[in-house]
Ligand binder design. Structure first.
Ligand code: SF4
Length: 298
């Protein structure tokens, strides 16, 4: 049996500095999140923080750690119900239970409320666009409810793996706008600032924390995952991280250094104006969410 480097209890997680038991691993994980929040000045006292809370593993751990570590902020959990048959009902039930256990105010907003139909209904003409449509409409829904709730920031459960995958996907798509703006896209003050307290924590550590603290229950996988480019990138980067530990962190830190070298303010943000349809800031006639809806509904 591998034992904890600090107390000789049974180890459950191997860090770079040695194996840790449940108690010491949990403390180590939480300290890492707190250090990230403090280093990047993510949360100030008495701020109202809207936590994008899908009920999945990352956002569940995010909500639990923010609630436990008490940053003197007011937490409001918001779950977006995309309307995905065989997937969303279970995760929403899990989200309700977790929010209740953590005693956090919880709101649920559905695609039907903000887009006029469930994701399944909207995607009927183009199922292969699932993740693009889903991600854009989910951000739109979260922004809409966050404005109504008058919050200061939106926190999302993106972990290190998600961030590294996004960097690589932006290159694979040749998406120069996102490559050059991903770390300073809130600077114009037009959007509710987004924070990602887990973005220095690996998915493996995040899931281990969730399991060690009995926060997670087995949930089904979204049926549209098969269309996701992210799935291939995740598999590839997972192999790289396994054979060369630290790969994910180097990708994210490389992107941070690149962004820091770019001139500010970012040119992409200079000509933003309200979307003709919904009023959200956009560089085009319609914001990305309304462009998707125009394509899918007409
Ligand atoms: Fe949405 Fe794609 Fe994730 Fe399914 S896999 S929840 S469609 S982003």
């Amino acid at each position: 049996m591998t034992v904890c480097a600090r107390c000789r209890e049974k180890a459950i997680f191997q860090t770079l500095k040695g194996p840790l038991c449940r108690k010491h691993f949990s403390e180590w994980y939480e300290r890492g999140v707190v250090a990230t929040v403090e280093k990047y000045g993510m949360i100030s006292p008495r701020e109202r923080i809207c936590v994008g809370f899908s009920g999945g593993k990352d956002s569940t751990v995010l909500l639990a750690v923010l609630a436990k570590r008490n940053f003197d902020a007011e937490l409001i959990a918001v779950t977006v119900d995309e309307g995905i048959r065989g997937y969303r009902d279970d995760t929403i039930e899990a989200a309700k239970i977790t929010a209740k256990n953590l005693d956090v105010e919880h709101h649920i907003i559905s695609f039907r409320d903000v887009a006029g139909g469930t994701l399944d209904e909207l995607l009927a003409p183009a199922p292969n666009r699932a993740c693009s449509v889903c991600g854009t409409l989910r951000r739109h829904a979260l922004n809409t409810v966050a404005r109504k709730l008058d919050v200061d920031k939106i926190a999302t459960g993106h972990c290190l793996d998600d961030e590294a995958q996004s960097v690589v996907m932006n290159y694979l798509r040749g998406d120069i706008t996102r490559i050059t703006s991903s770390f300073n896209s809130n600077s114009a003050g037009l959007f509710i600032p987004r924070i990602k307290p887990l973005f220095r924590s690996t998915e493996r550590a995040t899931v281990s924390y969730g399991l060690a603290n009995r926060l997670l229950t087995p949930l089904p996988e979204c049926s549209y995952t098969r269309f996701a480019l992210r799935k291939d990138v995740r598999t590839f980067l997972g192999k790289c991280e396994h054979s060369t530990p630290g790969t994910l962190l180097r990708i994210v830190e490389g992107q941070e250094r690149l962004t820091a070298m770019l001139p500010k303010p970012n040119g992409m943000l200079i000509n933003l104006h309200p979307c003709e349809n919904c009023g959200e800031p956009t560089a085009n006639r319609l914001c990305a969410a309304c462009q998707h809806l125009e394509f899918l509904l007409h």
